[in-house]
Design a protein around this ligand. Structure first.
Ligand SMILES: Nc1nc2c(ncn2[C@@H]2O[C@H](COP(=O)(O)OP(=O)(O)OP(=O)(O)O)[C@@H](O)[C@H]2O)c(=O)[nH]1
Ligand SMILES: [Mg+2]
Length: 257
């Protein structure tokens, strides 16, 4: 039998392993198992990294007129031109200077009839999502905003990939605009209400309520911080205001690049 101290070549090592396995030597078997675990972990990590790198788009989502196209123009072209209600996606490149990376920015239409199909077409490429809210019109749009957000957060594909989400409270240059703190707490209340009505509606049909459609934790009020696996952050911004009203959005994009 080859002893471990006698190993001086690859052939000796093979012989050592072979005889060790045949003799049921626990040391040799232990080493083999450890090697397999290490190899498997390396392959798994490479696979997961490859999958993440395959997703290179930052999706700009949100209801009509929230400022997605303005934000898109500012990020991609550095200036905002007159915008019109989008009926199809805008696609552009965004260079993350500090990381020397280029991401794709996708501005999706916010119109109710177009946004679901558009999201369906692009959700698999989402590396991150910027959900844009019109902070000045938030009060009257809160139901629609929460409804769209609910759709995103309960989507099976998005939950699987769990791209980080930034809720961008836009139009901060307007005096009556709501700040990120207020928007966050009001959205939590609204989603909490929708969560109750949705699961009641589901239980009323033949389907049982499943975990995918119930957002957050069951025994407490809805909070964004309970939304595992999603990581949801909030920021204030202004696509049209003076100066760089987008610094927090740009910092976030750099972080996820
Ligand atoms: N005051 C102010 N107005 C803004 C800001 N961002 C966008 N707007 C205005 O809001 C309106 C709608 O902006 P868009 O960028 O077209 O909105 P959108 O989200 O792309 O809308 P859809 O394409 O219809 O979904 C335009 O009149 C913009 O000039 C902002 O930061 N401040
Ligand atoms: Mg638009």
């Amino acid at each position: 039998m080859v002893k471990s101290r006698d190993i001086s070549s690859f052939d000796d090592a093979v012989k050592y392993v072979k005889t060790g396995v045949e003799a049921g030597d626990p040391t040799v078997i232990g080493i083999l198992v450890a090697l397999c675990v290490v190899l498997f972990t390396i392959v798994l990590l490479a696979f997961l990294k490859g999958r993440k790198n395959a997703r290179q788009a930052v999706l700009l989502l949100g209801t009509c007129d929230s400022g997605k196209t303005s934000l898109f123009c500012k990020l991609v072209h550095g200036e905002v031109k007159t915008t019109y209600t989008s009926i199809k996606e805008n696609v552009g490149s965004y260079k993350v200077e500090n990381k020397n990376k280029v991401l794709q920015i996708l501005d999706l239409p916010g119109h109710e009839r177009l946004r679901v199909q558009s999201l369906e077409n692009h959700k698999r490429s989402a590396r991150g999502i910027v959900f844009v809210i019109d902070g000045a019109a938030f009060q009257k749009e809160i139901k629609e905003v929460a409804d769209y957000l609910y759709l995103i957060l309960s989507d099976g594909v998005l939950s699987g990939n769990s791209p980080p989400i930034l809720i961008a409270c836009n139009k901060q240059d307007q005096t009556l605009c709501k700040g990120a703190k207020v928007i966050k707490s009001q959205l939590e209340k609204e989603i909490n209400t929708q969560r109750v009505t949705r699961s009641a509606a589901l239980q009323g049909t033949d389907n049982t309520a499943n975990n995918n459609t119930f957002l957050g934790m069951r025994n407490k009020d809805f909070e964004f911080s309970d939304l595992k696996p999603f990581k949801v952050e909030f920021a204030e911004c202004s696509a049209l205001g003076k100066g760089n009203g987008l610094s927090d959005v740009e910092e976030w994009i750099e972080k996820i690049a």
